[in-house]
Design a protein around this ligand. Structure first.
Ligand SMILES: C[S@@+](CC[C@H](N)C(=O)[O-])C[C@H]1O[C@@H](n2cnc3c(N)ncnc32)[C@H](O)[C@@H]1O
Length: 281
């Protein structure tokens, strides 16, 4: 591929998703875009670049961008955020008026394992919790840039390999139904969730305020100004006593002053202007 072609394609991806592609990822473009080239009858990425330079190529540019996102995910990824959420739920429940739903956002949810892991936490908290917690309404909104992964998240069907990654057998048997070698989340889990396309680079205030936000393993693909912008936006949508969970390799420190870490926790933040932090066990 011509180096100018790489720069051009990487520029489109950066502009549309925030993801930064480096020159050593040229191979990734070759492999991931091969089916697109075949479908479009194009001989090379140079030909694709030429098509994208002509007017009316918006849909193709979006399709290419989505194909170049990394959608790796698994159930209960990193463990700790979900343990923290279990402790936070009763606190939020107590702080909210009875009729108010508790809203949780899985931003960059990929194929839905994060959203369904959260749903399991909620289902078990409601099953074993006090009656007023049983009556509480919860909403999990999963969003992602990539439509193909959202379709899978909505379907809620996972392969044997996927459920074996992080989902304890007890919870698999309890919350999923098996058909051949696939497992589908049961109605009670799916009932908590809604999935919708949304780009983190855009103004997402229309989604309203959230009590909890998971935005994990997507900031790693962004440059500093993009991280700062996205984190600032998330801070604005987080309740003052809510929590934002980032990925294990991600931080908000030194990137935005709109968030502060929750003491004693790794990669868990709250809006910066909130009351003094009380450490949780
Ligand atoms: C590695 S997955 C993370 C999935 C899940 N949060 C987890 O930690 O397991 C990253 C996801 O971010 C999505 N993504 C990338 N850029 C995005 C953007 N600008 N807006 C929304 N989602 C984006 C990708 O489509 C991909 O599904």
């Amino acid at each position: 591929m011509n180096p100018a072609t790489f720069q051009f394609l990487a520029g489109i991806v950066k502009q549309r998703s925030g993801g930064v592609l480096t020159a050593d990822q040229g191979y990734m473009l070759d492999t991931r875009l091969a089916p697109l080239l075949k479908r479009e009858g194009m001989a090379s990425l140079d030909a694709l670049a030429m098509r994208l330079r002509s007017p009316g190529a918006d849909k193709l540019a979006q399709e290419m961008t989505e194909l170049l996102t990394t959608n790796e995910s698994h159930f209960f990824r990193d463990g700790k955020p979900f343990d923290h959420l279990k402790e936070l739920l009763p606190v939020l429940h107590k702080a909210r008026a009875p009729g108010m739903p508790i809203r949780i956002w899985s931003a960059a949810c990929s194929t839905g394992q994060e959203a369904y892991s959260i749903a399991i936490i909620l289902a078990e908290a409601q099953e074993f919790g006090p009656p007023d917690l049983k009556a509480r309404r919860f909403e999990i909104i999963g969003t992602d840039l990539t439509t193909a992964v959202l379709d899978r998240a909505k379907e809620a069907v996972f392969t044997q390999f996927e459920v074996q990654r992080g989902l304890p057998v007890r919870q698999l048997m309890k919350h999923f139904t098996q058909t051949d070698s696939r497992w589908r989340a049961k109605d009670h889990l799916r009932g908590y969730t809604k999935f919708q396309q949304a780009n983190l680079l855009t103004d997402l205030r229309g989604f309203g305020k959230f009590d909890v936000i998971f935005c994990r393993n997507v900031l790693i693909y962004f440059d500093m100004p993009t991280k700062s912008r996205v984190l600032g936006g998330l801070a604005g949508q987080l309740a003052p006593d809510g929590a934002l969970y980032l990925g294990a390799a991600e931080t908000a420190l030194g990137i935005t002053d709109r968030l502060e870490p929750i003491l004693g926790q790794r990669a868990v933040y709250r809006p910066a202007s909130a009351e003094p932090v009380r450490a949780r066990a």
